[in-house]
Design a binder for this molecule. Structure first.
Ligand code: COA
Length: 278
C-alpha cells in the first residue's frame, strides 16, 4: 500500500522487503523544498529499522528524479528569513543526505528522469545508482549564477575525473543516463521501461546477503576513501571485530555451509541466510 507523507511531498511503499521511496512533487519536477526535506527525513527515520525493510530505493514520481533545490521555497523564501532561516534549511537538506550516506540499510538511487544540482546530494547518499538511459544529469547552478553548493561540487569531484567534473560544472551541460554510467555517476543505465526490473534484481541480490556485513561493508567503502593505507587497514580490522558484536554467528555459519555442509561456494554466491538467525 502506498503511504504518503502528511504534506504529500514523499510517497513510499514496502513490497517484498524493498522500500520504494519517491520524491512526490511531480508537478514541480520533484525539486526539494524545506517541507520535502523534513518529510524525507521523517520517512527515512520511519523505515531505517523497520524489520520489513531490507533495501531502500529512492526514485521520483513523474518525469523527474529531482530538479534539485526548490529555487522559490528553498532559496528565495528562506532567504527572507535571514541567516537563521538559511542555515536551518541547509541543515535539513544536508541532514537527510548525510543520513542516507550512513543509512543502516543498503540504498539504491533509481534515477528515472531529471537530476540537477542539489539532487547530486542524495545521488551520492545512495550506495548504488541506476539511471534510465533517458535521464538527464546536470550541474545547472552555473546557468543561474551560483557555484554548485550543498555538496554538489564535492559529489562531482568524488565521482568524476578532474576534466569531466570541471567541464560538467563549468558548462552546465547535461549528460544522459548512458553517459552518466560511462562517467561513473551511476553504476549502470537501462531503458526507462526496464529500469525498475533491473533495480529489483539488484535489490534482491542485496537481500540475500548478511545485513550486518552489508552495513559494515558500505560504511567501510566510504570511510577508507579518505584514509592512508595503514589507517584503512587498522579501521577495517576494528570494523570487522565491531561487526561481530552484532552478528557473531553469521560468519561462522558462512564458513560452516561452505567447509562442512558444502552447500554453496562463496565465490559464486551468498550462504543461505535462512539456515541461521542473524
Ligand atoms: N525550483 C523551483 N521550481 C521548479 C524547479 C526548481 N528547481 N524545477 C522545476 N520547477 C517548477 C517550474 O517552475 C514549474 O512550475 P510552474 O508549473 O508552477 O510554472 C514546474 O516545476 C514544471 O517545470 P517546467 O520547467 O515547466 O518543466 P520541464 O519539464 O519543461 O523542465 C526542468 C524540467 C527540470 C529542465 C526545468 O524545470 C528546470 O530547469 N528546473 C530547474 C533545474 C535547476 O536548475 N535546479 C536547481 C539546482 S540547485
Amino acid at each position: 500500500m502506498v503511504e504518503v507523507s502528511p504534506k504529500g511531498t514523499v510517497a513510499y511503499e514496502v513490497v517484498d522487503r524493498i522500500a520504494w521511496v519517491r520524491f512526490n512533487r511531480p508537478d514541480k519536477r520533484n525539486c526539494m523544498s524545506p517541507t520535502l526535506n523534513r518529510e524525507m527525513k521523517d520517512v527515512l527515520d520511519r523505515l531505517e529499522f523497520d524489520p520489513e525493510v531490507g533495501v531502500l530505493v529512492l526514485s521520483g514520481e513523474g518525469t523527474s528524479w529531482s530538479a534539485g533545490m526548490d529555487l522559490q521555497e528553498y532559496f528565495r523564501d528562506v532567504e527572507k528569513e535571514g541567516l537563521a532561516g538559511v542555515r536551518k534549511a541547509q541543515r535539513e537538506s544536508y541532514g537527510w543526505w548525510r543520513r542516507l550516506r550512513w543509512y543502516q540499510k543498503p540504498t539504491i538511487a533509481m534515477v528515472n528522469g531529471w537530476c540537477f544540482g542539489g539532487g547530486y546530494g542524495p545521488l551520492l547518499g545512495c550506495d548504488l545508482a541506476f539511471a534510465a538511459n533517458e535521464a538527464q544529469f546536470g550541474l545547472s547552478e552555473i546557468n543561474w549564477g551560483i557555484l554548485p553548493g550543498g555538496g554538489a561540487t564535492k559529489v562531482a569531484a568524488e565521482l568524476l575525473s578532474f576534466r569531466r567534473s570541471m567541464y560538467h560544472a563549468m558548462t552546465g551541460e547535461m549528460v544522459d543516463g548512458a553517459k552518466a554510467a560511462e562517467w561513473g555517476l551511476v553504476n549502470e543505465s537501462a531503458p526507462l521501461a526496464q529500469l525498475k526490473d533491473r533495480v529489483t534484481q539488484v535489490a534482491n541480490i542485496l537481500l540475500g546477503k548478511n545485513p550486518v556485513a552489508l552495513k559494515a561493508t558500505k560504511d567501510a567503502m566510504r570511510r577508507v576513501r579518505e584514509m592512508t593505507y595503514d589507517n584503512a587497514e587498522d579501521y577495517l580490522l576494528r570494523a570487522q571485530e565491531a561487526a561481530f558484536y552484532y552478528d557473531g554467528e553469521g560468519r561462522k555459519e558462512g564458513l560452516r555451509q561452505f567447509l562442512d555442509e558444502k552447500s554453496y561456494k562463496p565465490g559464486l554466491g551468498a550462504y543461505d541466510l535462512n539456515k541461521t538467525k542473524v
